[in-house]
Write a protein that binds this ligand. Structure first.
Ligand code: CP
Length: 314
């Protein structure tokens, strides 16, 4: 693949290839061994048009650990503020010959559009409600390491599904790997055309969580609720917030996940989020660096092999 724009175009074997390499990077990180220099001589530019802590920091660290020259644009201070368009901004940076462009944008489809205009590898760091592929990959690696497999698991994705690119990429990935997926949340926060996803849908947390192996919580994405239904936080926590009582309905060894940023006392009890016997939230962050190293390493191999082919053909 020339870009990483979403999970949708990936085959199960592509997903396994990325996860296997990320697994190696994760193990090397724990043993203090050197990561190698897969991105040496390459330039990586990060363009985040929406706030980020985890994704931006981990893409930057991943690039630096593999030897890339990394520049993170401060988009708030860029000429976007003077009216320059996304595409003109991207073309301007493209003229400086980056090899890897990491892009987050509030509009669904914006990153795919940009990828058609530039001649470097583009990685989608989250576009609107559409996809957040590296998040789904890091979640998959966390599940695989905790459960020893990534198939035939019962996985509950809970909360604001409608506005969540994390949910969408996870539903696609976990479905491709043949897991059973349950979506739990208020009907007002379920996306239209939910039947097409091939998932089970629940309005009741205790019923939906019955016997599941993995519980994935999501944040209420108020920034994408344009004037429509906005639940009260207290009411929401009471009905849909994950606490020990609701979790008791899941399998005894079920793991608790959250992509972050997390709102304690809204979608998850703070003590449960910190309970290292159940919560793998910190492992998710750790796997985020490994998965982004693997994704950029594989795209760089593709860039280098294309460059060799072009030289031979010229
Ligand atoms: N999970 C995630 O995308 O977090 P950030 O918005 O902090 O990058």
């Amino acid at each position: 693949h020339a870009h990483l724009l979403g999970i949708e175009p990936l085959a199960p074997r592509d997903i396994t290839t990325i996860l296997d390499l990320a697994d190696q990077y994760a193990d090397r990180g724990r043993s203090a061994a050197k990561y190698g220099d897969a991105l040496a001589g390459l330039t990586q530019i990060n363009m985040f048009f929406e706030n980020s802590t985890r994704t931006q920091a981990s893409f930057e660290l991943a690039g630096k650990r593999l030897g890339a020259d990394v520049m993170s644009m401060a988009m708030q201070a860029s000429s976007i503020k003077k009216g320059e368009t996304l595409i003109d901004t991207a073309m301007t940076l493209n003229a400086m010959h980056p090899d890897l462009l990491v892009v987050r944008h509030p509009h669904s489809g914006a990153v795919n559009l940009l990828a058609q205009k530039v001649n470097c590898a583009v990685l989608n760091a989250g576009d609107g409600r559409h996809e957040h592929p590296t998040q789904a990959l890091l979640d998959a690696l966390t599940i695989r390491r905790a459960k020893g497999r990534l198939h035939r698991l019962n996985i509950a994705i809970c909360g604001d599904i409608a506005h969540s690119r994390v949910a969408r990429s996870n539903i696609i990935l976990l479905g491709k790997m043949e897991n059973r997926i349950r979506l739990i949340g208020p009907p007002t926060l379920m996306p239209a055309g939910i039947a097409e996803f091939g998932t089970e849908v629940y309005d009741d947390m205790k019923k939906g969580l019955e016997g599941v192996d993995v519980v994935m919580m999501l944040r209420l994405q108020r920034e994408r609720m344009d004037g429509g239904f906005i639940p009260s936080e207290r009411e929401y926590y009471h009905r849909y917030g994950l606490d020990a009582e609701k979790l008791a309905h899941a399998a005894p060894d079920a793991i608790v996940m959250h992509p972050g940023p997390m709102n304690r006392g809204v979608e998850i009890d703070g003590e449960l989020a910190d309970d290292l016997r159940r919560s793998v939230i910190q492992q998710q962050v750790e796997m985020g660096v490994a998965v982004r190293m693997a994704a950029m390493d594989l795209l760089a191999r593709n860039l280098r092999s294309r460059a060799t082919t072009e030289t031979v053909m010229a």
